[in-house]
Design a protein around this ligand. Structure first.
Ligand code: SF4
Ligand code: SF4
Length: 347
């Protein structure tokens, strides 16, 4: 990896230039929560001033710029002699600024399923190909456990990754495009002092992690505790609202629906993100529901995140952002559920 530094003024010029040719997405403050703290979302930037480089955590992840909540897969024009199909894979070039290491790692996990599997998703692939990613370091929040999930640093999956070292940004470069863009804005070679400042920031970030989740024995533990009361305990609290999956940077369960005009002239095949916690997730034709109980659905969500994905790809699907824990009105989070499972095993 190559490293450069860029001043704040030049970074501003760079973002403004990118905005002239691309759709630029970044963290924006959208509202205040009940404690008066800003709520951030990744949204289209209309000016550099809207970009909140010191944002904490976005409510939902930037995943939806790759996997939208709803997308039309195909539009059909139906007529007497048959039908014509209209499919669009391509997107206007896009830049996402400010992605955290955990969210970049989340994309790498999604790549395993959406881009590198036997049946890649061309819609996801096109968005991934046409999106320039500029990452941004930050100090963890109290409940972040990305370190436990090995997702607190990103080594690939981005074009540029910035660390704020005071008057400049320290930039890790991971693509030719990023290298060329940076050079247009007078990026400098890294000096000894820059290196010193960078290491200082990195060790400060490292020292700020407070929440730990033990995952080393988790896959085996989950097999052992398949019938545990822990699932019932938390499942009984679960409202089956699906919020956890909607804000999660790695959940990718989806449904397909078809809309046909009443006069049979047009039809749309649509994909929408879904959640395995929702009541009808495992309902099949004829009405049988394979997972009618909330505790069983909750258990399977955790099994996918911490057991099934490990078996398939040698890594957990969870990146430890705790967005699900923040969004859950029932107080359910990976930390409390996993700690509970570990405690049960000790008893
Ligand atoms: S775990 Fe929480 S957020 Fe997820 S479905 Fe249940 S109540 Fe909703
Ligand atoms: S902490 Fe929750 S929201 Fe974040 S990746 Fe893990 S399961 Fe998804």
């Amino acid at each position: 990896m190559l490293f450069k530094t860029i001043t704040r003024e030049n970074f501003k010029k760079m973002v403004e230039a990118l905005m002239e040719e691309n759709e630029v997405i970044g963290p924006k403050a959208r509202d205040l929560d009940t404690e008066g703290k800003k709520i951030y979302r990744f949204l289209k930037l209309n000016s550099f001033e809207e970009l909140e480089m010191d944002y904490t955590r976005s409510y939902s992840s930037p995943k939806n710029y790759f996997l939208p909540f709803k997308e039309d897969l195909a539009v059909y024009d139906l007529h007497d002699k048959g039908w014509d199909q209209d499919i669009h894979y391509t997107i206007h070039p896009r830049v996402i600024i400010g992605m955290r290491a955990c969210d970049i790692n989340a994309l790498l996990k999604l790549d395993q399923v959406m881009a590198k599997s036997v049946y890649p998703d061309p819609y996801y692939f096109a968005r991934r190909r046409n999106t320039l990613i500029i990452g941004l370091d930050h100090e963890p929040l109290e409940d972040c456990f990305c370190r436990s999930m090995n997702a607190d640093t990103a080594f690939h999956g981005f074009d540029l990754f910035l660390t704020d070292i005071g008057k400049d940004y320290f930039a890790a470069i991971n693509s030719d495009t990023a290298y060329m863009i940076l050079n247009r804005f007078d990026a400098k070679d890294v000096t000894k002092e820059d290196q010193f400042l960078y290491k200082k920031v990195k060790s400060r970030i490292e020292s700020k992690f407070k929440t730990q989740v033990t995952i080393t024995i988790l896959p085996e533990l989950m097999d052992l505790e398949f019938e545990s009361e822990v699932w019932k305990k938390w499942g009984d609290k679960c409202l089956s609202c699906g919020s956890c999956a909607m804000v999660c940077p790695t959940c990718y369960c989806y449904g397909i629906e078809e809309d046909i005009d009443l006069d049979f002239s047009m039809a749309v095949k649509r994909k929408f993100l879904y959640s395995c916690n929702l009541l009808d997730f495992a309902t099949v034709a004829g009405g049988h529901n394979f997972r009618p109980r909330a505790d069983v659905r909750l258990k399977y969500r955790y099994y996918h995140q911490f057991r099934g994905f490990v078996e398939a790809f040698n890594q957990s699907l969870c990146v430890g952002c705790n967005r699900c824990g923040k969004a859950c009105l029932a107080g359910i989070s990976p930390k409390v559920v996993i700690d509970d499972l570990i405690e049960t095993e000790k008893r």
